[in-house]
Design a protein around this ligand. Structure first.
Ligand SMILES: Cc1cc2nc3c(=O)[nH]c(=O)nc-3n(C[C@H](O)[C@H](O)[C@H](O)COP(=O)(O)OP(=O)(O)OC[C@H]3O[C@@H](n4cnc5c(N)ncnc54)[C@H](O)[C@@H]3O)c2cc1C
Ligand code: FES
Length: 511
């Protein structure tokens, strides 16, 4: 695998490209009529697909070819070069494909190929009479989408406590909050999608009870809903802050589209906002509010932001980045009370605030699983096929604790890409396809123009190796335990992050 490419020069692929310009593993960007196209070679096979990722438009030519797939450098979506299908989230839509023809020493890109039809289910004995998905987040939507892609024709119902359809949750603390992403970019799918795909989306409705023996769920309006197979994808909810005093200002949490809109409405006239918590959401909120020129004070008990996940040195560097953008930190402190518009911290400092946004962590929403007697292990325990202790009941996303083949531990994470990929794998397993969930966890976080990509999972480490320079925003940080790399974070080195993911996958798959 190599990645020779010519960085986007607009070659006309209809006029042909010398075969010699395409060594094995090469990716070249050019044009076919009005489209940007990626021409790629893997062994003797040649492929032409859309040049931009369907997630956030990442440049696929800067990614990596793995077998007959290409991985996006930004958030590791994976597309089939054969069919264009988005085989792994976070992209859900395919890239277009063109027919490629080699004539002598020249390679020509010909006509666009028709989109692939859904697959046909082979083993109908495993096919459930219906599928109910509890939760309209990343995992729930990705599962429903995959059921249809796999050719499942039975009833699919998503029951969601959210008032809005499944949305791009990570965007709620980033571009949408900063005011640079429009409202209509946030839903993951259009209203027509649910109609066309015959997915019954029940919003603003919670499941209050799961009856495994009777194979049905009870909704908060008292109705019962039967299922053939069930996916629990109830995600996580923000930990609440208890503050003394008489606050005259709004205290916000950020989980739903509605929450993000409420923050925007309340900061529209604000001059100062206090952000409680210095982990990913708190810091992303701080960056987005700075984009709106609002003064931000971050209050957190930690020594450095992000320290628990990324270590002290990375945390210090991220703090410097935020301070350079005007954020004031009050670390080693907590909010003791709020009186009117004044927050008093545990070190007696006072800070003025027109609003407070709290990001102090989340906890998995497991009540219905717990009450139904499913095995709980700081989340819902699932096996490698994402099935819970009850046959036919699966769990995916922030709620699920699964056996991670790389670390050999049972882990639970709160990452967007993992939730969607688990939803996809759970969907396949509900159809009897028996696919192990063995993806290496990945997440990203965005602070101003700095993106952190993190692959693997290191809850603890005994060594951190830093290659490159944090302050130059060009580095690889490796988290090791007993000499073994458990996780790799990169800034400004997307390709290295993809390589680290692949290396960990190969270890996992060789076991
Ligand atoms: C603001 C924000 C920014 C983030 N940024 C990033 C990021 O940059 N990178 C990253 O990797 N991750 C990020 N995350 C985390 C990521 O969004 C989550 O890991 C992901 O959303 C989990 O998906 P999920 O489907 O498991 O749960 P969720 O997306 O939380 O969805 C859970 C769904 O279940 C519903 N529900 C809960 N209980 C019930 C019930 N009893 N009945 C019916 N419905 C119920 C909820 O209403 C909701 O629809 C971010 C999260 C937030 C909130
Ligand atoms: S832009 Fe490609 S995965 Fe996000």
């Amino acid at each position: 695998m190599s990645d020779a490419k010519d960085g986007g020069s607009a070659r006309d692929f209809r006029s042909g490209v010398p075969f010699g310009d395409l060594p094995d593993g090469a990716m070249i960007v050019g044009r076919v009529d009005a489209d940007d196209v990626l021409l790629a070679r893997h062994g003797d096979a040649l492929f032409a697909v859309g040049a931009h990722c369907t997630h956030y438009h990442g440049p696929l030519a800067d990614g990596m070819i793995v077998g007959d797939t290409v991985r996006c450098p930004w958030h590791h979506a994976c597309f089939s070069l054969q069919t264009g299908e988005a085989v792994r989230a976070p992209a859900l839509d395919p890239v277009a494909c063109w027919r490629v023809e080699r004539v002598g020493d020249m390679v020509f890109v010909r006509e666009k190929r028709a989109a692939s039809a859904p697959r046909r289910l082979r083993d109908s004995s495993q096919v459930p009479t219906s599928v109910v998905i509890v939760g309209g987040g990343g995992a729930g939507l990705a599962a429903a989408d995959m059921l249809r892609r796999e050719g499942y024709g039975g009833p699919v119902t998503i029951i969601s406590g959210d008032d809005s359809p499944p949305c791009d949750r990570p965007n709620l603390s980033k571009d949408f909050l900063a005011g640079t992403a429009q409202e209509d970019w946030i839903p993951l799918r259009s209203p027509e999608f649910y109609v066309e795909q015959r997915i019954d989306l029940v919003l603003g409705t919670r499941v209050s009870m799961l009856d495994v023996r009777q194979s049905n769920v009870v909704l908060d309006n008292g109705k019962r809903h039967a299922f053939g197979k069930l996916l629990i994808a109830t995600g996580a909810e923000p930990v609440r802050l208890t503050v003394a005093g008489a606050s005259a200002i709004p205290i916000h949490y950020l989980r739903t589209f509605g929450d993000s809109r409420a923050v925007i409405a309340s900061v529209s006239s604000a001059k100062r906002v206090v952000v409680v918590g210095a982990s990913f959401i708190g810091l992303e909120v701080a960056a987005s509010l700075r984009a709106r020129r609002i003064a931000v004070d971050v209050v957190a008990p930690d020594h450095e932001p992000l320290e628990r996940v990324m270590g002290r040195e990375v945390g210090r560097s991220i703090r410097t980045l935020h301070e350079g953008n005007g954020v004031a930190f009050h670390l080693g402190t907590t909010i003791r009370r709020i009186d009117g518009r004044i927050a008093t911290l545990s070190d007696a400092t006072t800070v003025d605030a027109d609003a407070v946004v709290v990001g102090i962590g989340v906890r998995p929403v497991i009540t219905i699983a717990e009450d139904a007697g499913l095995t709980i292990d700081r989340g819902i325990a699932v096996n490698e096929y994402l099935e819970t202790s009850a046959a036919g009941v699966f769990a995916a996303g922030d709620v699920a604790r699964w056996p991670d083949p790389y670390t050999g531990e049972r882990i639970r994470v709160e990452h967007w890409v993992v939730s969607e990929r688990q939803g996809q794998v759970a969907a396949k397993n509900m159809l009897g396809l028996r696919q192990r969930f063995d993806a290496v966890p990945f997440f990203w976080s965005q602070h101003y123009d700095v993106a952190i990509n993190y692959v693997g999972h290191a809850e603890r480490w005994d060594a951190i190796e830093i290659d490159g320079r944090l302050e130059a925003r060009d580095c690889t940080v490796t988290y090791k335990h007993a000499g073994r790399a458990l996780a790799v974070a990169t800034i400004g080195r997307d390709r290295t992050n993809l390589e680290a993911e692949l290396k960990m996958e190969r270890v996992t798959r060789s076991q």
